[in-house]
Design a protein around this ligand. Structure first.
Ligand code: ADP
Ligand code: ZN
Length: 210
């Protein structure tokens, strides 16, 4: 199954993608996570993109497309994958169409006010990247990762100015992809408001395991 997860920041795409990837045994490819890993490891790519990402802006199409092209060429992506956070612009979607044929684009629907509530409470593990939320998904011990004991921190782009910027960028550059995939007959809308376990259940109904 080759899937794209579309939707505003904070819609819970990453959380659901991780669950679906585990269940369907396909890789979860998050461009945001790949960039953040590069920033953590201070690679040349990481150094190049850090300021752009912290400000809530988009990395250039050239860099992002090349990154995804390389990732999709790896053997584990041959049978299926979830692309989480890519494509984010029409040029990225057009480039993707030249790389691989996707089965569906899943569009996570949620209001801006809910996005702000979710992102401003998000905490991320320094060690393994696991996400938490201070009220909706708190860790067992405050400030500490359940999985690896790592310290939790607030993403620079989850500060309020960057959240506002990311929503603006989403409306201007990414939301047009909803129509793009609807016209292709590939779009499936999903209500992003319920808990991720509930969304996973509706997902299983829409995309039954073979
Ligand atoms: P979000 O939580 O906003 O959905 P992601 O983790 O998907 O964020 O991405 C974080 C940041 O990484 C984005 O705000 C952007 O700067 C950069 N990024 C991720 N994917 C892309 C992409 N496909 N094109 C350009 N920039 C991207
Ligand atoms: Zn951790």
């Amino acid at each position: 199954m080759k899937l794209i997860f579309l939707g505003p920041p904070g819609a819970g795409k990453g959380t659901l993608a991780a669950l679906v990837a585990g269940l369907y045994k396909i890789p979860h490819i998050s461009t945001g996570e790949i960039f953040r890993a590069a920033i953590r490891e201070k690679t040349p790519l990481g150094l190049k993109v850090q300021a752009i990402i912290d400000a809530g802006q988009l990395v250039s199409d050239d860099i992002t497309i090349e990154l995804v092209r390389e990732r999709l060429a790896k053997p584990d992506a041959a049978q299926g994958f979830i692309l989480d956070g890519f494509p984010r612009t029409i040029p990225q979607a057009e480039a993707l169409a030249g790389i691989v044929k996707v089965d569906a684009a899943v569009n996570f629907e949620i209001a801006d006010a809910e996005v702000v509530a979710r992102l401003s409470g998000r905490r991320v593990c320094k060690g393994c990247g696991q996400n938490y939320h201070v009220s909706f998904m708190p860790p067992k011990a405050e400030g500490k990762c359940d999985k690896c004991g790592g310290e939790l921190f607030i993403r620079e782009d989850d500060k309020i100015e960057s959240i506002t910027k990311r929503l603006e960028v989403y409306r201007a550059q990414t939301a047009p992809l909803i129509d793009y995939y609807r016209k292709n007959g590939k779009l499936t809308d999903i209500d992003a408001r319920p808990a991720s376990a509930t969304i996973l259940d509706s997902f299983k109904g829409m995309f039954p395991l073979a």
